[in-house]
Unconditional design. Structure first.
Ligand SMILES: Nc1ncnc2c1ncn2[C@@H]1O[C@H](COP(=O)(O)OP(=O)(O)OP(=O)(O)O)[C@@H](O)[C@H]1O
Length: 216
């Protein structure tokens, strides 16, 4: 379980996140929704341990972000908005490269299966020749190599076609339910959030988002 209590983040005098408390249960997909600048990426960065809160606490399966940082990090997968893969490597070479950086060992067959599971079949193809959707799938596959319990996704389907969106969504739902992975997912596409997520976490004060998520 992910437990966030009274989380606050200031940048200088500006309060971006203010006393935010919520939790996510194993197997749940939660949609993180809010207007531009509401603090969605900031929240994901705090949960990914990339930045530190001004105050408040976060715990993952009882491990405190403050006191058990190394153990916590092993359990987190983070996919930022920007795609970060090696363009001149093939899919296979990327997976093998990132496996070597991971804390646990995965066989080549397991890495291959991970790509197949999300309908990424271009194993021997150079990344520079892949479509945007295929690159996003690879980015996601890389974040799952170390089998995280908590997966943080910052607009993972932005700019990709409907088929790839649906395939990514189906994969994430399977993953959440079968592996009990907790997923926090940001998107500006409220239809997608409604299709994919069990629940919505709304941040910011924009009345448009407040009114829209009322109907979920
Ligand atoms: N390192 C930083 N220093 C100062 N201000 C920052 C920093 N990072 C983010 N901000 C500010 O915090 C606010 C929230 O930014 P954030 O990127 O978290 O919003 P967001 O909800 O993800 O927006 P979007 O939907 O546009 O991606 C913005 O006003 C941004 O300018």
């Amino acid at each position: 379980m992910l437990q966030v209590e009274h989380l606050t983040k200031h940048f200088g005098q500006t309060n971006i996140i203010d006393q935010l408390s919520f939790s996510i249960e194993p197997g749940e997909i939660v949609g993180l929704v809010g207007e531009n600048g509401a603090g969605k990426s900031t929240l994901l960065q705090l949960l990914a341990t990339i930045s530190k809160p001004t105050s408040g606490s976060i715990a993952l399966h009882g491990l405190s972000y403050q006191n058990d940082l190394k153990k916590v990090r092993k359990q987190i997968g983070f996919v930022p908005q920007d795609i970060a893969v090696w363009d001149t490597f093939t899919v296979e070479e990327n997976m093998i490269f990132f496996e070597k950086l991971a804390w646990n060992h995965r066989s080549k067959e397991e890495l291959h299966n991970l790509c197949q599971d999300m309908n990424l079949f271009q194993w021997k193809q150079r990344v520079s020749t892949l479509s945007g959707g295929m690159k996003r799938k690879l980015n996601l596959a890389i974040s799952l190599i170390h089998q995280p319990n908590l997966l943080l996704l910052d607009e993972p389907t932005v700019g990709i076609d409907l088929k790839s969106r649906i395939e990514i969504g189906q994969y994430l739902r399977r993953r959440a339910k079968e592996e009990q992975t907790m997923i926090l997912y940001t998107s500006h596409d409220l239809d997608e959030i409604q299709r994919l997520c069990d629940r919505v976490l709304l941040i910011g004060n924009d009345p448009f988002y407040r009114d829209s998520v009322k109907f979920f």
